[in-house]
Design a protein around this ligand. Structure first.
Ligand code: RIB
Ligand code: CA
Length: 312
């Protein structure tokens, strides 16, 4: 009987998405069933190519990679090239990808895996929630089949793409609203948590010391990420957001959470994409998410390094 957590990772690489893939694939606590891609940090074409690039370097050849939605449900597409660069994964030099793309659409693959499951699959979206929302609309029966959603997105403090909104939610707030109102148990790993998961120079040197192709790629990714986060948002070390959503699945005790009501703003001019987190329990609406607040920094980088050490 496997005690591994079965997950589907939905990504928009993205430097931190790449680190989430590396963590999920080698963590002993995770059974990575599929990687699905979505438009987000860059276009779908680029996020999908980047996923294949990372998996090629990492030797991840036994996990299906399926491309999903190429635009948000309603709003115009927005990208984060100011942080992730023109390719969406600037920094490392990549070989031509050899890992193939699964011919199925990501939404169809998500539905297929969930419908044939025993209800034991956790979805881990680390980009806009377009694929997840589309799957819920295309096949509502999956709602009862999703064990949990651990997502990177939102914030109860400041946003990062507007003062109110975090990128993954802002890039498709209508999709986020569908997901947060679905009734599926959610862990919201937002900026309040992920801004604690910074790749300090000491952490980067621990990764560099592994001296493998994956560690070399990771260092190049983190160095570029550090440069844009310093330039754009004044960070001394870059917040590595997306692996935090995987880390909660691996070890929920790695972060403190609070079960609260979260509503997604989709109408307001200045706060579109805001995750309105009712931390004080005043809302008449039922709590729908575990909102992450405090990270065990040492344990987080410990599981990350343990996973990176598994790549040869
Ligand atoms: O706001 C941070 C999130 O937006 C991360 O998932 C990053 O990869 C981008 O998608
Ligand atoms: Ca991402």
């Amino acid at each position: 009987m496997s005690t591994k957590h079965k997950i589907i990772l939905d990504v928009d690489p993205g430097h931190d998405d790449a680190m989430a893939i590396l963590l999920a694939y080698k963590s002993p606590a995770i059974d990575l069933l599929a990687i699905t891609t979505v438009a987000g940090n860059q276009t779908l074409e680029k996020t999908t190519l980047n996923t294949r690039r990372v998996c090629t370097v990492a030797g991840i050849t036994d996990v299906p990679i399926a491309a999903g939605c190429d635009r948000p449900l309603v709003r115009p597409q927005t990208i984060a090239d100011d942080i992730h660069g023109e390719s969406g994964l600037d920094g490392p030099r990549f070989p031509e990808p050899t890992v193939p793309l699964d011919p199925r659409h990501a939404v169809d693959l998500i539905i297929e895996l969930l419908m044939k499951s025993d209800g034991d699959i956790t979805l881990v979206p680390t980009g806009p929630l377009t694929n997840i929302a589309m799957a819920m609309r295309q096949e509502p029966r999956i709602i009862q089949k999703i064990k949990h959603i651990s997502l990177m997105g939102g914030a109860y403090g400041f946003g990062n793409v507007t003062p109110s909104a975090e990128f993954n939610i802002y890039a498709d707030a209508e999709a986020a609203r569908i997901v947060f109102e679905s009734g599926v148990p959610i862990t919201m790993v937002g900026l309040d948590l992920t801004h604690q998961a910074v790749a300090t120079p000491e952490v980067v040197e621990r990764i560099r010391a592994l001296n493998t192709p994956v560690s070399e790629m990771s260092v190049a990714l983190l160095q570029f990420f550090a440069s844009t986060y310093k330039k754009r948002q004044g960070f001394d070390a870059p917040p590595v957001h997306d692996p935090c959503a995987v880390a909660w699945v691996i070890d929920p005790a790695i972060m403190q959470t609070k079960h609260v009501r979260v509503d997604i703003e989709i109408h307001a001019e200045f706060s579109y994409g805001r995750t309105v987190c009712d931390l004080f329990g005043d809302s008449p609406r039922p709590a729908n998410a575990l909102v992450a607040t405090k990270l065990d920094f040492g344990r987080f980088w410990g599981i990350m390094l343990d996973a990176l050490k598994q790549y040869k």
